[in-house]
Ligand binder design. Sequence first.
Ligand SMILES: [Fe+2]
Ligand SMILES: [Fe+2]
Length: 289
Amino acid sequence: MFKKPNPAKRLNLVLIGSICVGEALIMFALPSFGTTSNLLTTFIDVIFLCLITIPLVNWTVTKPMNQYIHDLKSARHTIVVRENQMLAALNALASAKDNETGNHIIRTQQYVKLLGQRLQKMGRHTQILSDEHIERLFKVAPLHDLGKIGIPDYILQKAGKLTESEREIITGHSMIGESILIAAQSEDVEEDLIFTAIKVAGSHHEKWDGSGYPRNLIGENIPIEARIMAVADVFDSLISDRPYKKAWTVDDSYQYIINGSGTAFDPIVIEAFIAERQNFEAIVNSIPS
Ligand SMILES: [Fe+2]
Ligand SMILES: [Fe+2]
């Protein structure tokens, strides 16, 4: 954690101190110039004050400030490197158990990016969806089903219909994923990768009308990152072969998702989804199931 004191905080003190000391010295030195006009007195005063204040501020504030900024940057860099290492480890963990293909991961990453960028262009959620945050969402998208590592294989790979109790077990993956990620979160970074991953893993099965799980969140209470992930994940599940179903066509999948606007999905995200149809199809065609 970065705990060095910020040198800028001492700037006021240094300025006031150096002006007081400078003025006192000038008062003593001025008589040695003999009788001078007001203009010359002011000029000498300013020159002396600059000669005293500038080196003092430079020595006590500017130089330490440069060092402080340098240390801050390298601390930030260390955090980013650690986050990426953590992300790589978690990704490996998630894919070790996931029954979905690597291409599902690549496609959903691309979809969330498209949806985030489109929402940004539409002027929606621009405070959250900065370029940097969309990149974060892109990076953490593969972790949405991390919690499946806690679900038995016989349920994940079951070809037929799940029983009621099996369905209940599988719905636990949102909370399992969230708990793993909370344990991996750094305390000192407020909006880090893992924090975004927690929102995605914990809420990607919530539904706009409150009928989702695990918390039955409604509408805007569902993090926007999870609302985006939900559309990307369901769309890709529909266009893919799964142990329990054959792949749907893009047309049928699009229609299904659009029909869920306002019930399963956020209507604004669906607007973005419709606007991005061409790009979605391009991804489906270029990255096979
Ligand atoms: Fe899931
Ligand atoms: Fe998925």
